[in-house]
Write a protein that binds this ligand. Structure first.
Ligand code: C2E
Ligand code: MG
Ligand code: MG
Length: 389
């Protein structure tokens, strides 16, 4: 609500509350098809809509809200006119987690208010979103053809002896004009079509080739983990893609690990189980990525042949807070008693290292040790002791 504070000071407290109530009622009436209409705090409300080709577009929903405010509110027989500002953020382009989305909607809202209110503003971070989505699909297909993807590698460190046990392969797009584009800018988009499977295949191939090069240079014990999405699991081509890479580059299954998120394991249980067992037969290790943030049915920990839990960095970043620490401890204890290895993601501080060491977490990954680095810097990195803390 624009300038609500001024209103509130002008009216008495009860009338301010009454205005909020009436405003909330009106919001609900106009947004009858919304998934959620919620009151956040002070004069902030949130609305969640599902957008698809069969629904009105988002602009229309927002216009409806602003128009509905053309009619006055009546409080104590007085007539009041108010206006509102709207900030819009879209899943998944502007965030895959509710707090990111909400933050970005709030940033857009600030912009709408800055423009004087009574208007709609869309979250848009130009540095982050250099594309119109219509072009993005074409560009990504071209990028595959022109071999514009590069893999960065982020080390995973053993807490036992501070050695490097391997790397996570993280894709970047070396765009001819826009420079290095981070995966959050295109992976969520690619996941909406079969593009992600094509990109996934490119990543596997590049990693296989890299592993062969490192082996030839004498580094035979480097394991690389690769992120795999649900579609690759359900599409039925993953196994043959893996076999192809193992054969083509003459590497072992044990050189590879697949990182899968919880949500990828949700559907089609029998097929998934068969696939994971076939992967295990090849000696390829399986890690559950972003553990703790997904749907958290713990059942699949017993049902599926999982080797590693990667505790999401959301938990690691909150080490220092007792309740959050309790969650981390519980995850480590549970994983260990099930015979799984534990990786803490996103380790940034010495405090976190010390804590995780005390809890006997197996492996650590994060900026504290190293950011993801380009392939050509890996051998020099392995040769120095700079990673030992
Ligand atoms: P992820 O698999 O959870 O990867 C970890 C992300 O956390 C990486 O971001 C990494 O750079 C970042 N990170 C590592 N240490 C720290 C830290 O100490 N602090 C902070 N703040 N961040 C840290 P990145 O490379 O931007 O990748 C983001 C996501 O993109 C990945 O999350 C993964 O879901 C996806 N992704 C990356 N490469 C691929 C790929 O080849 N295929 C697929 N399907 N997805 C990929
Ligand atoms: Mg990962
Ligand atoms: Mg992760």
């Amino acid at each position: 609500i624009d300038r609500f504070r001024a209103f509130n000071e002008f009216l008495n407290n009860d009338s301010g509350d009454e205005l909020l109530k009436q405003f909330a009622q009106r919001l609900r009436l106009i947004n009858i098809n919304a998934i959620l209409v919620a009151y956040l705090n002070s004069d902030d409300f949130a609305i969640i809509y599902e957008i698809s080709p069969i629904h009105p577009n988002i602009e229309q929903y927002c216009q409806n809200i602003l128009q509905a405010l053309n009619a006055p509110f009546y409080i104590d027989n007085h007539e009041y006119f108010i206006t509102a500002s709207i900030g819009v953020a879209c899943f998944p382009e502007h965030g895959r987690q509710i707090d990111h989305l909400n933050n970005h909607a709030e940033q857009a809202l600030s912009e709408a208010k800055r423009l004087g209110g009574n208007t709609i503003s869309y979250y848009c971070n130009k540095a982050e979103h250099p594309y119109k989505t219509a072009d993005l699909e074409q560009e990504l297909r071209k990028a595959i053809q022109n071999d514009e993807f590069v893999i960065y590698y982020q080390p995973k460190i053993s807490l036992l002896d501070q050695s490097i046990i391997g790397f996570e392969a993280l894709i970047r797009w070396q765009h001819p004009e826009k420079g290095l584009v981070m995966p959050n800018m295109f992976i969520p988009f690619a996941e909406r079509s079969s593009l992600i499977s094509d990109i996934g295949k490119v990543v596997l191939d590049k990693v296989g080739k890299q592993l062969q090069e490192w082996k030839n240079a004498g580094y035979t014990n480097v394991q690389v983990s690769v992120n795999i999405v649900a579609q690759q699991i359900h599409r039925g081509l993953l196994l043959s893609d893996l076999d192809e890479v193992l054969q083509k580059y003459n590497i072992q299954g044990s050189d590879l690990e697949l990182e899968i998120t919880e949500s990828a394991l949700l559907d089609n249980t029998d097929n998934v189980k068969t696939l994971l067992h076939a992967i295990k037969q090849r000696d390829i290790s399986i890690a559950l990525d972003d553990f703790g943030t997904g749907y958290s049915s713990l059942a699949y920990l017993t049902e599926y042949p999982i080797d590693v839990l990667k505790i999401d960095r959301a938990f690691i970043s909150k080490i220092g807070d007792h309740k959050q620490e309790a969650i981390v401890n519980a995850m480590i204890a549970m994983g260990k008693s099930m015979g799984l290895k534990l990786v803490a993601e996103g380790v940034e501080t010495e405090e976190q290292v010390t804590y995780l060491q005390k809890q006997q977490c197996d492996f650590l990954q994060g900026y504290f040790f190293s950011r993801p680095i380009p392939a050509e810097q890996i051998i020099p990195y392995l040769q120095t002791d700079s990673h030992i803390y």
